[in-house]
Design a protein around this ligand. Sequence first.
Ligand code: HEM
Length: 126
Amino acid sequence: MYELLKVLHITSVIVWMGSMILAAALPPAGVSEKSVAAVRLIMNIGISVAWIAGLYLAQQGGWFSDGWLHAKLAIATLLAGLHGVIVSRLRGRAYASGEGFMWVSLPWLMMVTVFAASYLVIVKPF
Ligand code: HEM
């Protein structure tokens, strides 16, 4: 059961991160309303299953007192915040429609956070 849960967790993390990094690379309001709805649906399925399965894994594995999970939860919370910002950008909301360096580098920054989260959970350095 634990391994099956981990499979579900990793699958949903791949869906969440993949769709979010792609959405962050799209120009603001650059896609049709229909496509925005499809991308949002995929992102929302990814984030909800990743969190539910992840927290259940942490409870089943007794990991809540481990430093690596605390650091990983901080990263996952940051990514959850970014999730909302990226959906706003897709919908062309003014506050999230910049073209500056920060927006252009966002997908790359997210790849670094995915590496960091994966390192923490696989190596468990602390
Ligand atoms: C959203 C909140 C999250 C929670 C509460 C969470 C929690 C967990 C827990 C408890 C495990 C099992 C650890 C083990 O059995 O060794 C796990 C596995 C894993 N998580 Fe998460 N996680 C979350 C988000 C993420 C994110 C955002 C990523 C990557 C971007 C990620 C990547 C992974 C990977 C790759 C594994 C498998 C590790 C292994 O098999 O050794 N998780 N997660």
